[in-house]
Design a protein around this ligand. Structure first.
Ligand code: 5GP
Length: 151
C-alpha cells in the first residue's frame, strides 16, 4: 500500500492551512471546488481518513465517502445547469493521480461542451466563489425542501 504523506495538499486543506471553496463538510468528509476546474462546478470530495488512495481507506470510510459523492453530485449538477456528471478517481501517478490523499472528482458535464485538460488553468477566485455559493444554495434549498438528495 502507498505511504501517506501528512503534508500533502489536501491534508493541509483539512487542517485549514490551505484555503478552499468549501461546499459541504461532515465528520468524515470534506467537499470543495477544484482549483483548476475541468468544467464549471468541478468538485472534489475527500475523506478525513489519512488514506493515500482507494486501497488505503477502510470499507466504512469508503462507503461514507461515496455516500457523500452520491448525495452531492446531483446537487452540483443542478446548481450549474449540467446535463450529466462524470465521477472520476485516480490511484497512483501512472493512473494520473497527482495529490496522494484519496479524493473523488465530481465533474458536471453539459451536452456539447468539451472538458478542459487536467491542471490546465487556475480558475479566477471570484468565479470559484460564485460557483461555490450557487452550489451551497442548492444544497441548502434541497435541505429546506427535505429532499433525500436524489435527483
Ligand atoms: P488527481 O489527478 O490527483 O486526481 O487530481 C488532483 C486535483 O486536485 C486536480 O484536479 C487539481 O486541479 C486539484 N488541486 C491541486 N491542488 C489544489 C489545491 O490546492 N486546491 C484545490 N481546491 N484543488 C487542488
Amino acid at each position: 500500500m502507498a505511504a501517506y504523506d501528512r503534508d500533502n495538499i489536501f491534508a493541509k486543506v483539512l487542517r485549514g492551512k490551505i484555503p478552499c471553496h468549501k461546499l459541504y463538510e461532515d465528520d468524515d468528509t470534506l467537499a470543495f471546488l477544484d482549483i483548476m476546474p475541468r468544467t464549471d462546478g468541478h468538485a472534489l470530495v475527500i475523506t478525513k481518513e489519512p488514506a493515500p488512495d482507494l486501497f488505503g481507506i477502510s470499507p466504512e470510510g469508503l462507503a461514507k465517502l461515496m455516500g457523500v459523492v452520491q448525495k452531492l453530485a446531483p446537487k452540483i449538477k443542478n446548481a450549474v445547469g449540467a446535463d450529466g456528471v462524470l465521477i472520476q478517481q485516480f490511484n497512483g501517478a501512472a493512473a494520473g493521480q497527482t495529490v496522494f490523499h484519496l479524493h473523488v472528482h465530481i465533474i458536471p458535464r453539459k451536452e456539447g461542451v468539451s472538458m478542459g485538460r487536467e491542471g490546465a488553468k487556475m480558475a479566477d477566485p471570484d468565479a470559484l466563489a460564485a460557483t461555490a455559493e450557487k452550489i451551497r444554495d442548492q444544497i441548502h434549498s434541497d435541505e429546506i425542501r427535505g429532499e433525500a438528495g436524489h435527483g
